[in-house]
Design a protein around this ligand. Sequence first.
Ligand SMILES: *[C@@H]1O[C@H](CO)[C@@H](O)[C@H](O)[C@H]1NC(C)=O
Ligand SMILES: *[C@@H]1O[C@H](CO)[C@@H](O)[C@H](O)[C@H]1NC(C)=O
Ligand SMILES: *[C@@H]1O[C@H](CO)[C@@H](O)[C@H](O)[C@H]1NC(C)=O
Ligand SMILES: *[C@@H]1O[C@H](CO)[C@@H](O)[C@H](O)[C@H]1NC(C)=O
Ligand SMILES: *[C@@H]1O[C@H](CO)[C@@H](O)[C@H](O)[C@H]1NC(C)=O
Ligand SMILES: *[C@@H]1O[C@H](CO)[C@@H](O)[C@H](O)[C@H]1NC(C)=O
Ligand SMILES: *[C@@H]1O[C@H](CO)[C@@H](O)[C@H](O)[C@H]1NC(C)=O
Ligand SMILES: *[C@@H]1O[C@H](CO)[C@@H](O)[C@H](O)[C@H]1NC(C)=O
Length: 345
Amino acid sequence: MLKPCPLSCLLFIFFFVFFIPKLSFSCPQDQRQSLLEFKNLLMTHNVKNHSIAEIDLMERFMTWRPNSDYCIWQFVRCSPSREVTHLNLSSLGKTDFIYTQNTVSVSFSFLRPVLRINSLVMLDISSNFIQGEIPGDAFVNLTRLISLDMSYNNFLSSIPPKLFSLKTLQYLNISLSGFEGEMHGDAFLNLPRLISLDMSYNLFNGSIAPKLFSLKTLKYLNFGVNDFGGEIPGDAFVNLTSLISLDMSRNSLNGSIPHELFSLKTLQRLDLSNNVIGGTLSGDIKELRNLQELILDENLIGGDIPPEIGSLAELRELSLRKNKFNGSIPLSVSCTPMGCGSNKN
Ligand SMILES: *[C@@H]1O[C@H](CO)[C@@H](O)[C@H](O)[C@H]1NC(C)=O
Ligand SMILES: *[C@@H]1O[C@H](CO)[C@@H](O)[C@H](O)[C@H]1NC(C)=O
Ligand SMILES: *[C@@H]1O[C@H](CO)[C@@H](O)[C@H](O)[C@H]1NC(C)=O
Ligand SMILES: *[C@@H]1O[C@H](CO)[C@@H](O)[C@H](O)[C@H]1NC(C)=O
Ligand SMILES: *[C@@H]1O[C@H](CO)[C@@H](O)[C@H](O)[C@H]1NC(C)=O
Ligand SMILES: *[C@@H]1O[C@H](CO)[C@@H](O)[C@H](O)[C@H]1NC(C)=O
Ligand SMILES: *[C@@H]1O[C@H](CO)[C@@H](O)[C@H](O)[C@H]1NC(C)=O
Ligand SMILES: *[C@@H]1O[C@H](CO)[C@@H](O)[C@H](O)[C@H]1NC(C)=O
């Protein structure tokens, strides 16, 4: 015998019948179609003469059959309401252990169909050696995206303005992507939830626009190994009140360390190495109470090594090599819980 449905159960049914369908974005048929379109573009362009890489590619997309359930296709994950939420198209040219960047080619235009899937939360297109420019409207429809990994590609272009206007985005990786040129001050303006930004190993140049990193929620920022020049703008980082790791190593930054950096109280890792930063190191470095790693090697920083460094209780790594420090190494620095006299110029 069925029991009568209590009020809560009726409410549930009411909710299910009237609201759930409205919550879904694009319809499942469209999503299946978009995925298949992508697969077709990839295959028609690549599978010609049965090289190992091509056969691997075909095998990896075997599950993507028109009449099967796309939610169990490889690289695809769905929400309970059968919307595609995760798409991992990383390393498409990889056969077992090696990348075959010459045999499988992925053009950004192949991605057009998947960029219509507006329910995507995670998109990984890393390690594909994708060539060429990215259209400025590429990501406009991905209004729920939380994680975007575009690292290890070969875009060889600058970043169009507003490309990353993704209000929900928390993780962005554009490391090793062949991006070049100057960054627009508003390049990352519309990323109010960004937690992690990795733009290392590119060819970004010009100076750092003061408003470039107005990203209050940011914890991890890496723009090391680029060609940014000029002085580090003092107020560039003032709003990064949650920052834990800041890496601007291997650029061409000059001037001196801006005092404002010492207000980043949450910082645990600071790497300014391999620039042409001069001036002196202020004793106010002690304000960075949570600092675990301070890496300043290969710059032109002079004057005394401030004894205040010794008061940084969490410091595990200190590297000041190849600078212009003079005077003696303060006892508070040379004798820490890590041991005595390990870091000289
Ligand atoms: C496969 O096709 C490429 C051109 O797309 C060609 O350069 C290569 O020699 C072909 N390989 C074989 C084994 O035929
Ligand atoms: C995507 O898949 C690769 C393996 O092919 C894996 O290394 C990577 O972590 C995955 N990306 C995400 C965001 O899960
Ligand atoms: C975004 O969605 C609109 C409406 O569905 C479509 O016309 C447009 O081509 C899409 N743009 C991209 C880049 O996917
Ligand atoms: C970004 O991608 C590169 C290359 O794929 C990887 O080495 C790096 O760890 C990634 N960064 C983050 C913050 O995950
Ligand atoms: C930045 O690099 C581009 C080429 O990638 C070049 O045209 C431009 O002059 C460079 N700008 C600066 C300030 O070096
Ligand atoms: C820091 O945030 C304040 C308040 O939101 C804003 O007025 C200021 O322009 C921001 N500064 C920078 C350098 O982004
Ligand atoms: C810092 O770099 C900029 C841009 O490369 C240059 O114009 C300026 O003269 C440099 N300043 C110093 C003090 O070297
Ligand atoms: C130590 O460095 C400071 C700052 O660069 C400089 O003013 C001072 O003359 C130097 N002292 C010696 C003894 O070289």
